[in-house]
Design a protein around this ligand. Structure first.
Ligand code: PEP
Ligand code: MN
Length: 455
């Protein structure tokens, strides 16, 4: 640190407040069992270097403030549950590539900057509907994500193991390192990303997107002819996010920023509170209300205007631009009824929260053959309903939050590849929720771009 830089000593009450959650009701935490091992791991996590730093987090808050004002659009995407085994160069590259490709299409559609954020480099902990799972008469702890226990259905693998949090930290660090290398080192070159998109549009199955693809092509050619500095377009900002769920991981990675004395969670730039852990008086809302990171909260179809306002008062009492994002996951059939009243209630506010559509989590289903899946058409219907609701009320549809992968998996039904129930067997790899594959993700981007041109 520069010796001229001032170091602000944090207020002792601020530090103490960071542990207030410990005496509050808490959901979705593992039973670690081995308390000595837990103590050792949390001790180590509290001394390792931060994965992100406060300046970047502040920059993201500023970017999100622009989105909330209607001057930018957020694209947030990645796995439902990242795995340690899946943190390979190829898989990380394919996901980043998919997000960059989607972003180019959306940039054109929105004529606005697209803020790119991965559900990556830390999306390892999962909330579960049941603490246990029973198979053939054997009951074991539910799989809570690689950062807690293993997916294999044996007592040994399902026993929560605190040392997995250290592996989670190191896996997040190497993932983030590669993301930074890709997005700063030339891989994000607009012309290259555009040429990948041409490949998508040339596929006869995607003929319906040909018109928009041609327009984008002409726009890129125009930029080239007009002398745009493409070297400036080789680097992009890319932010990391995950569900702020596992408190024994998030708390030790929370640090006081020496410039301001304020606490930041340093495991990711952006954290969101899930639908299952957002009770007003619960541990998660209390803890995250005390840190400076921009926050998301998932809102499901039962959210009342009062719930929503109470969350705003607790998490964003000063109505700070970019601080709070509501990620709505209402279901394709419910959104037209349940979203507009929430939007109406925020419309009159001077500083509005940022609204993002998660068209995945309200649209789950299980096939007769036992696959957890989602229909691409339901995903599209929810996103379309999201845009319609905002158009009707006069608020800004700020972004989309999707579960996706860059690989050619077969986990969601439909899309131009027409994946059917039998096809799901071909390549179903998710350990948790089904993701859009590479093609389906691009298709969604083209459809959303068309919606954005109507704004
Ligand atoms: C998720 O985003 O993977 C998730 C569990 O979402 P929700 O909290 O909305 O159910
Ligand atoms: Mn999920």
């Amino acid at each position: 640190m520069d010796s001229s830089e001032q170091v602000v000593t944090p207020d002792p009450a601020t530090i103490k407040g960071l542990d207030a959650w410990r005496s509050l009701p808490i959901k979705q935490q593992p039973q670690w069992g081995d308390s000595r091992a837990l103590e050792q791991v949390t001790g180590e996590l509290s001394t390792v270097p931060p994965l992100v730093f406060a300046g970047e987090v502040d920059m993201l808050r500023d970017r999100l403030a622009r989105v909330a004002r209607g001057d930018a659009f957020l694209l947030q995407g990645g796995d439902c549950a990242e795995t340690f085994a899946g943190a390979t160069a190829d898989q990380i590259r394919n996901r980043v590539k998919t997000i960059l490709q989607m972003a180019v299409v959306l940039t054109y559609g929105a004529s606005m900057p697209i803020i790119k954020m991965g559900r990556m480099a830390g999306q390892f902990a999962k909330p579960r509907s049941s603490d246990e799972e029973t198979r053939d008469g054997l009951t074991l702890p539910a799989y809570r994500g690689d950062i807690v226990n293993g997916y294999d259905f044996t007592a040994e693998s399902r026993t929560p193991d605190p040392s997995r949090m250290l592996r989670g930290y190191h896996t997040a660090a190497s993932t983030l390192n590669l993301i930074r290398a890709f997005t700063q080192g030339g891989f994000a070159d607009l012309r290259m990303v555009h040429s990948w998109n041409r490949g998508f549009a040339e596929n006869p199955a995607n003929v319906q997107y040909e018109g928009l693809a041609k327009e984008i092509d002409r726009a890129v050619k125009f930029m080239e002819a007009a002398g745009a500095d493409f070297d400036e377009l080789k680097r992009v900002e890319f932010y990391a996010s995950h569900e702020g769920l596992l408190m024994d991981y998030e708390r030790p990675l929370t640090r006081i920023d020496s410039r301001t004395g304020a606490p930041y969670v340093t495991s990711a730039h952006f954290l969101w509170i899930g639908e299952r852990t957002r009770e007003l008086d619960g541990a998660h809302v209390d803890f995250f209300s005390r840190v400076r990171n921009p926050l998301g909260v998932k809102l499901g179809p039962s959210t009342s205007v009062e719930d929503m306002k109470a969350l705003m008062d607790k998490l964003d009492p000063h109505r700070e631009p970019g601080r709070l994002t509501f990620i709505t996951r209402m279901g394709a059939n419910a959104i037209a009824d349940v979203l507009p009243p929430l939007l109406e209630a925020t419309k009159a506010m001077e500083i509005s929260p940022l609204w993002v559509s998660d068209p995945m989590h309200g649209n789950g289903m299980t096939t007769s053959t036992g696959f957890k899946t989602r229909r691409f058409e339901d995903v599209v219907k929810e996103v379309t309903g999201f845009f319609e609701a905002h158009r009707a009320v006069g608020t800004h549809p700020g972004g989309i939050h999707v579960e996706l992968t860059g690989d050619d998996v077969t986990e969601c039904l439909g899309g131009s590849q027409k994946i059917d129930e039998l096809g799901l067997e071909t390549r179903y790899e998710s350990l948790c929720d089904p993701r859009l594959n590479h093609q389906q993700s691009l298709e969604l981007a083209f459809l959303v771009a068309e919606e954005l041109t109507k704004l």
